[in-house]
Design a binder for this molecule. Structure first.
Ligand code: SF4
Ligand code: SF4
Ligand code: FES
Length: 250
């Protein structure tokens, strides 16, 4: 098996005093970025902190910024970089930093709890629920989310504008879409999507879609339909008139 020596710069320490530290690593054929981090941890820096679980692109734990781009380290092959290129591995930036490559993403779990869960409609008279295959396919895309929070990390509303109190972020627009587009769900979340989840803050730049490792079309398939539902409920003159007649103040 061929092996090449490569310089890898890994962020070490905390945000106040931390810095990029150079490591020389023998990179073997087939290695991914997470292998390199593990090799540094095993051979040169046993106190290096990194979060990972599955090494298969399914747990969403190993998110980092590799050469400035948000990536899953376990799914980023080393042969996508030139051997003479210094590789930079840094923690994701949008959430509070803990140590080395570890970031505290617990804000996301709090947001998740604010979303009313699936509320099933009553069953059909024959005791069944039925969905068309296209309805299954539509929500299936959203169920692929592995909660890596790379989309949350790049969203400028969170990253640059720090609207953590006003905007749930693209990952939770995906969760809201999976519930709102589920044909058997009876909960009404449109007002929450407008007021608390803050869908109006999204300006559809698609940065979230670009970094999603599951290829979920976050903006086109989740956020835009949610915006349309909010517009239909709150800004469409006819539906406003009907709601006034019905005395619906929501
Ligand atoms: S498209 Fe919307 S949610 Fe996605 S990154 Fe841009 S502003 Fe954020
Ligand atoms: S939507 Fe994509 S980028 Fe966002 S958390 Fe889920 S898998 Fe990660
Ligand atoms: S270790 Fe699970 S997604 Fe990378």
């Amino acid at each position: 098996m061929s092996s090449t020596k490569q310089t890898v710069k890994i962020f070490r320490g905390d945000l106040a005093s931390g810095k990029l530290v150079d490591y020389q690593v023998d990179v073997d054929e087939g290695m991914v970025v997470l292998d390199v981090v593990h090799k540094v941890q095993a051979e040169q820096a046993p106190d290096l902190s990194v979060r990972w679980n599955c090494k298969a692109g399914k747990c969403g734990s190993c998110s980092a910024e590799v050469n400035g781009k948000p990536k899953l380290m376990c799914m980023t092959r080393m042969d996508t970089f030139r051997p003479d290129e210094a590789l930079t591995i840094q923690p994701v930036r949008t959430f509070p930093h803990v140590k080395d490559l570890v970031t505290d993403v617990s804000w996301n779990y709090g947001v998740n709890k604010k979303i009313p869960p699936f509320k099933p409609q009553p069953k059909n008279p024959d005791g069944t629920w039925r969905m068309y295959q296209y309805e299954v396919d539509r929500v299936q895309e959203f169920r692929k989310c592995i909660e890596c929070y790379l989309c949350q990390n790049v969203c400028h509303v969170l990253r640059n504008s720090s609207k953590f109190d006003e905007f749930y972020g693209p990952r939770f627009m995906v969760r809201l879409a999976s519930l709102e587009m589920h044909p058997l769900d009876a909960e009404d979340r449109i007002k929450l999507i407008k007021d608390l989840a803050g869908v109006g803050y999204c300006n559809i730049t698609k940065c979230c879609t670009e970094v999603c490792p599951e290829d979920i079309h976050i903006t086109d398939n989740a956020i835009i339909p949610l915006k349309e539902r909010v517009a239909g409920r709150f800004y469409d003159p006819l539906s406003l008139l009907f709601r006034l007649i019905r005395g619906d103040k929501s």
